[in-house]
Design a protein around this ligand. Structure first.
Ligand SMILES: Cc1ncc(COP(=O)(O)O)c(C=O)c1O
Length: 505
């Protein structure tokens, strides 16, 4: 994956910090091997085994001799021999380091390497499945139109800095120990107030479990509510990361088509009547952006009530509504305690924050709290306290208001530029909500082929057809429009248009 020039990675040589002082060196007197040789052999093996990196600072001969309970001359002899052989650099007595320029490439010197050909141990099916995901887990792409990128303005940055400093100045005892796995009470209260006012969610603060985001909340819901082999409804097309979490847990995916009203509940009832749960994005269907119609909401709730099924409502970015009426959350209509509402700060604020929440019916509070505790104990209390303060002092609402204007402007520019440059080759309309838009391809063009070609030209899109499981796939692109200022959007759409215009079916 491409790296930006502005982002600095820590250099390897920074390992100088002196981990070698923490190394568990040992000597044994009964072996007959001279002490100096034991020290020499251990150091050499640690260097060759790459357990000590080039540039690492070694303990002083005096400190190591004291730690080992041996004469200092033994340690000095070992260091001198390693210096003479080129494994160490510096001068005994004034700082000794693992040589940055080892006598032979470490890989070749490594004991046993290349001598015995050992077949790699077979990996489990789980390990292989996770490895396939590991290849895509390095999400540091920042070129237009990568999804879920955000622009944080100077006002929010300033407030964030100030609150962070305040938190660290106080460094209250709550931040120094373990805390309630369900989350800090002040954050849960703030979320409760916000969701009640903005999304019509009906809950008490006790029902809120703080997570690291949607993905974490979904994972907890799967562990708590489902068993391997259970069937669940997923939207078709739908959000790949939810499906991956379900598949990894051995859950049987039952794709249910999405039409102009959202999830087709009756189709789900026909094709998978035994489903235990439905994972859905009702306020802005991912990826198509359709709002689940009221009749469908009522049908879905009736299904859950009658079959004791669960509804996992992923309300991932309802904060960014640009036009039109928004329906309240499904959770607010639920009289039977069947809905788990999942929300996140990672989109409305920024993905690196890693904070989100689940709102669970009272009978599930302890189970969710227990699962959360087992997986990862608790969310970092400093960030929780910071977000709670950010909300309490009104900055959260103000941030949303300002970002809404900015993102709406960027959305309009992307849509306008796409229409102007590609005209009839694509069908695109401005979504009323969210952080991405969908441009449908015409003329029989393949979105997967174009996705690869566009990447070569510095434009990142997600092929829509990949998000279908069973329904006939439509060809199109998802374009994230929130992370890129106007001056980036124009040239990027121009590049995109050139590639699409040159493509053949
Ligand atoms: C449908 C959907 N849900 C949730 C999320 C956010 O997930 P998280 O809070 O784990 O970052 C995304 C991010 O792209 C998304 O597309």
């Amino acid at each position: 994956m491409r790296q930006t020039t502005s982002r600095k990675r820590p250099a390897r040589i920074q390992a100088r910090a002196g981990w070698a002082t923490l190394y568990a060196w040992q000597v044994e007197r009964a072996t007959g091997t001279p002490i100096f040789r034991q020290v020499y052999l251990q150091m050499r093996s640690a260097i060759l085994g790459q357990r000590l990196s080039p540039g690492a600072k070694l303990p002083s001969t005096r400190a190591l001799a004291t730690e080992l309970g041996v004469a200092r001359t033994s340690v000095i002899s070992a260091y001198e021999q390693l210096l003479a052989e080129g494994y160490l650099s510096g001068r005994v007595g004034s700082g000794t380091y693992v040589s940055a320029d080892l006598p032979e490439p470490v890989e070749r010197l490594r004991p046993g390497r290349g001598k015995v050909a050992r077949a790699p141990a077979p990996l489990s099916a789980q390990a292989r499945a996770f490895a396939a995901l590991g290849a895509v887990a390095v999400e540091d792409e920042d070129r237009p139109f990568t999804n879920a990128r955000v622009l944080i303005d100077a006002r929010t940055i300033e407030v964030w800095r100030r609150l962070t400093q305040q938190m660290f100045r106080g460094f209250d005892p709550i931040h120094r120990g373990y805390a309630d796995a369900r989350g800090l009470p002040e954050l849960r209260r703030a979320i409760c107030d916000y969701l009640g006012a903005a999304r019509g969610v009906r809950a008490r603060p006790e029902q809120i479990i703080i997570t690291s985001g949607t993905q974490h909340a979904i994972d907890i819901a799967i562990r708590v509510l489902l068993s391997p082999g259970d069937e669940v409804w997923v939207e078709d097309p739908g959000y790949p990361m939810t499906r991956r979490a379900l598949a990894a847990a051995g859950i049987a995916l039952r794709p249910v088509a999405v039409d102009t009203q959202g999830l087709d509940v009756r189709a789900g009832l026909r094709s998978a009547p035994k489903a235990r749960a439905a994972f859905i994005t009702p306020s802005h269907q991912y990826p198509l952006g359709i709002m689940l119609a009221m009749t469908r909401r009522l049908e879905l709730l009736a299904w859950a009530r009658e079959t004791s099924g669960w509804i996992i409502e992923d309300d991932y970015h309802s904060e960014y509504r640009y036009a039109g009426r928004q329906l309240a959350a499904l959770q607010g209509l639920d009289e039977a305690e069947r809905v788990i509402y999942v929300g996140t700060f990672n989109k409305v604020l920024f993905p690196g924050l890693r904070l989100g929440y689940a709102v669970v019916p009272p009978p599930l509070i302890q189970s969710f709290a227990g699962a959360r505790f087992l997986i990862d104990r608790q969310a970092p209390t400093l960030s929780q306290a910071l977000v709670a303060e950010f909300m309490r002092q009104g900055y959260f609402a103000a941030h949303i208001r300002r970002m809404r204007l900015l993102y709406r402007d960027q959305r309009d520019l992307v849509v306008g530029e796409l229409q102007r440059r590609l005209g009839a080759r694509i069908a695109v309309t401005a979504p009323e909500q969210g952080m991405h838009l969908v441009a449908f391809l015409r003329d029989g063009l393949s979105d997967i082929a174009l996705e690869a070609a566009l990447r070569e030209h510095g434009v990142v899109v997600r092929a829509l057809s990949r998000m279908y499981l069973k329904a006939p796939p439509r060809q199109g692109f998802l374009l994230g429009f929130t992370g890129f200022p106007r001056q980036v959007i124009g040239p990027a759409v121009a590049r995109l248009a050139r590639v699409v215009a040159a493509a053949k079916a």
